[in-house]
Every structure is written in structure tokens, then in C-alpha cells.
Design a protein around this ligand. Structure first.
Ligand code: PLP
Length: 461
């Protein structure tokens, strides 16, 4: 018998601070990068119209402020999956308002839906199907979790709709190169387009996923911010045993900094196993979301008449702002699908491709840089949403433009509360109507973009 020789384990690098391969080239999230660039420009005294970052920033409902103040002394850790009373409140909220079947046992709470989405990527088997365009973090998260990412093409000529054909093509392409997609990420309403699933599309996608044995991760963080002309429909309504829904406090309750999100899992034995895996990872990563914030969030998801009115009014102000910028962009000649929810627009500047090329702009990154440097407008390029470099689309967020630049925090709060108070005068169906809110910063953005396109249209080739 030969004796075994024990070799010391091979080391990847002898240098200190060497990085893991999947972290070595990972850039910072595109949205945060743009926000930092805008902050740096403003600190240097350069005016910037900030269409680059989507942050709901209405003043917090009074009941939530008071609930948080009362919970300030809650210094204990909460259970890993969340305070039982909060899980129960979210479950009954989802059941009551969203036609989902949730129970306290099928809901888990964490520090934002973003880490919840990452945990799902880590614990769910197989590779990921991710539509193009879609939110900046899905693909990086999937890759960090060791998944291959296969993009699903949508049709820019049809509001970037997700279709069975697109899904079939992506699945086939993935399988033909050895991939094994088992997770499909969807987002309705969508960041970046503001598009929402028609009920028939949600059903078709759900039926397709069930047929292929694919889990749907349905990011519904903007569900409450539907503009009113298309109802929110979750694929979970048609495929409850295979759909996982995420959401949180950041958009409907304007409380991104509270870092509170949730996941609702299927009420099946497989769902229970998934919950155990989520619990295990959460216990190793964050232990629990902040206890005072969880305690305060119970007041949000109890969703009494005050909360419901706050959310409805926020949605209506977002809808009005989006409709106004949409009207300006289409009048200027940009191709822009009509958003149905959230606070985003996704215009295409392809009609000016030649004129832009003349200025050295032939990619979305160059277009965003050009707009920032020459027109003081911050946007996010389509490439950050998974598009090919030459797609001349940009994501615009209206939500930072409801109060004029340079106003103090106290002035901003008064302005935003006044906008919310006027929301009941808006039509409630995403159309502009006759009541015009005073939105000077948004008007300035619209005028600047119109000037930009007019300059392009007038430019000699
Ligand atoms: N999903 C989408 C589509 C988003 O736009 C965002 C935030 O911008 C998130 C998830 C993350 O939200 P949270 O603040 O709950 O982590």
C-alpha cells in the first residue's frame, strides 16, 4: 500500500487582499454610480437635472413616524424571518389587496427586497432567465450567486412585452449551449419601462413557466404604484405553486432607507423547504431586519384608510408626472412606450441616430454622458438594463423632480405634502386631465430634453 503524500492546498494568489473572481471586476450598481456622479457635480456647483435615480421621496405618513418613534427602544434582535406580527400583517395585506394567498408562515421579512432577491438567487437551483430590459441588479445578483444568465428578448415595438416566443427562444438558446435555466425573473410594473403585465400576458407567462418547471421570481415592488389604467396582475395568481413574490416599503411607502422588504413563497411543502433555505442563508447574512423598523412597518401593512389614501395619492402624483414627461417626449419625437405604473420612462432616441453619430454618440452610454456633460441632464443608459450597447434608449426617473432644486428639507416636505393633497383632483387613470400640479423641476427637465431633440433635428448632417 502506498502511503499518501499530503500536499499543502494550492493557493490562488500569494498577494494579500486578492479578490474572488466574481468580485474582481464587479462594478458598483449603475443607479448608485449615477447618484454619486450627480452629487459630485452638484458639490462642484454644476446644476444637474436628476432623472437618473428612482427614489420615492414623499414625506412618511405620520402614523409611521409615530410608530417608529414608539419602537425606538426595541434593541433586541428580531426572529430571522421577521416579527410574527409583521409577517401576519404582510400576509393579510397581500391576500386582501393583491389576490395572493399568503399566510404568516409563507412570508419572510429582510433588510430590503434587494437582499431577499439575492438570497433567492442563491438558494434556487439552476440558471436564470432575465428579460431585456430589466432592473440593473438582477443579472449581477444572479452571477454573484453562481448562475449563468440568459437574456430573454422583448419587443421594443410592442412596449417591451415579454412573450412566450421570447421565452421559448431564450430557453432553447440556453439549453443548446449547456445551460439549465430554472428561474425566470419578472418585474411588474417594470423598472425601467413602467410597463405592466396585461392579465392575459401574466397568465401566458405563468402557464409557460409551469409547463417548463421553471420558478418565477416576481418582483412586485412597484405593484401599489399602478397609474390606474391597467390593474396589477401577478403571475402568482395563475401559478401559485411556482411563483415567489417580492416587495417592500421602498416605493409605495417612500421609505427606501428603512431597508425593509419581504418575500412571499408558495404555500406548499416545496415552499416550506424554500423558506427553510431562505432562513438558513438570512441567519448567516443579516440575522434579522432592524427590529424598530419592523415594528413600525406593521402600521404600514395593516393598511388602514390613512395608509391606503397615502399610497393612492403617491401613485397618482407619480402617474401625473410620468404622463407629463411622456407627453413632452413624444411631442418631441422620441419613441416612448406609455408607462402603466411606477415613476419611470424609457424613451428611444433612435430617430436621431444619424445626428447623434455626427456628435460621436452611437451608444446609450455615450448618449447618457453627452446629456450629462452638455445638457446637465442625468439619466441611466439602456446598457445598464441589459440592452446591446447601440440601443439608444435611456431610463428616466421622475421621482427626484417633484420639488424645485435647492429647496430646504422643510420646504420640500411642505411642497410634497401639498402635491399629495392635490392628488384627489387628478383623473386617477394615468391620463393628464385638466388639473396641472406645479412641477417646475419636471417642466425644466421636459424643456431641456425638448431643446436637446430640437437641436438634433435642426443639426446639419
Ligand atoms: N426591484 C426593483 C425593480 C427596484 O427598482 C428596486 C429599487 O430600486 C428594488 C427591487 C430594491 O428595492 P429595496 O429597496 O426593497 O431593496
Amino acid at each position: 500500500m502506498s502511503s499518501q503524500v499530503h500536499q499543502p492546498p494550492r493557493r490562488a494568489s500569494s498577494a494579500p487582499l486578492a479578490l474572488n473572481a466574481n468580485a474582481a471586476d464587479a462594478p458598483v450598481s449603475a443607479t448608485l454610480r449615477m447618484t454619486e456622479a450627480v452629487a459630485a457635480r452638484r458639490a462642484a456647483g454644476q446644476r444637474t437635472i436628476h432623472l437618473g435615480f428612482g427614489e420615492a421621496s414623499f414625506p412618511l405618513p405620520v402614523a409611521l413616524r409615530e410608530a417608529l418613534a414608539r419602537a425606538a427602544t426595541r434593541t433586541e434582535y428580531a426572529p430571522v424571518l421577521g416579527l410574527p406580527a409583521l409577517r401576519a400583517a404582510i400576509a393579510s395585506y397581500l391576500t386582501r389587496t393583491r389576490a395572493l394567498t399568503a399566510t404568516p408562515a409563507t412570508v419572510a421579512v429582510g433588510p430590503g427586497s434587494k437582499p431577499m432577491l439575492y438570497v433567492l438567487m442563491c438558494v434556487l437551483a439552476g440558471d436564470a432567465l432575465i428579460p431585456t430590459p430589466s432592473w440593473v441588479s438582477y443579472a449581477p445578483q444572479a452571477r454573484l450567486a453562481g448562475k449563468n444568465v440568459y437574456r430573454v428578448a422583448t419587443d421594443p415595438g410592442d412596449n417591451h412585452r415579454l412573450t412566450r416566443e421570447g421565452l421559448d427562444d431564450a430557453l432553447q438558446a440556453a439549453r443548446s449551449t449547456g445551460g439549465d435555466p430554472r428561474v425566470l425573473v419578472v418585474n411588474t410594473p417594470s423598472n425601467p419601462t413602467g410597463g405592466m403585465f396585461a392579465a392575459t400576458d401574466a397568465e401566458k407567462i405563468a402557464t409557460w413557466a409551469r409547463g417548463e418547471g421553471i420558478t418565477i421570481v416576481s418582483d412586485e415592488i412597484y405593484a401599489e404604484l399602478a397609474h390606474g389604467w391597467r390593474p396589477h396582475t401577478s403571475p402568482a395568481q395563475f401559478y401559485p405553486e411556482g411563483t415567489v413574490v417580492t416587495g417592500g416599503m421602498s416605493k409605495a411607502f417612500s421609505a427606501g432607507g428603512w431597508r425593509l422588504g419581504y418575500v412571499a413563497l408558495p404555500a406548499t411543502s416545496e415552499g416550506e423547504r424554500l423558506m427553510a433555505a431562505v432562513r438558513s442563508l438570512a441567519s448567516e447574512l443579516w440575522s434579522s431586519a432592524a427590529t424598530p423598523l419592523q415594528q413600525a412597518a406593521i402600521a404600514a401593512f395593516t393598511y388602514d384608510a390613512e395608509m391606503e389614501r397615502y399610497v393612492r395619492r403617491s401613485a397618482q402624483v407619480h402617474a401625473h408626472a410620468v404622463a407629463r414627461l411622456h407627453a413632452a417626449l413624444t411631442a418631441a419625437g422620441a419613441l416612448c412606450p406609455r408607462p402603466a405604473g411606477a415613476f419611470y420612462l424609457y424613451p428611444d432616441f433612435a430617430p436621431w441616430r444619424e445626428q447623434l453619430a455626427h456628435r460621436g454618440v452611437s451608444t446609450s452610454t455615450e448618449l447618457a454622458t453627452h446629456l450629462l456633460e452638455h445638457w446637465d441632464v442625468a439619466t441611466l443608459p439602456a446598457i445598464d438594463f441589459g440592452e446591446s450597447p447601440d440601443a439608444l434608449r435611456l431610463r428616466l426617473a421622475t421621482s427626484m423632480l417633484y420639488a424645485p432644486a435647492g429647496t430646504s428639507a422643510v420646504e420640500q416636505e411642505a411642497i410634497l405634502n401639498d402635491l399629495l393633497a392635490q392628488a384627489d383632483d387628478l383623473p386617477g387613470d394615468g391620463t393628464l386631465g385638466t388639473h396641472m400640479l406645479a412641477l417646475p423641476a419636471l417642466d425644466e427637465a421636459a424643456a431641456r430634453l425638448a431643446e436637446f431633440t430640437a437641436a438634433l433635428a435642426g443639426a446639419a448632417l
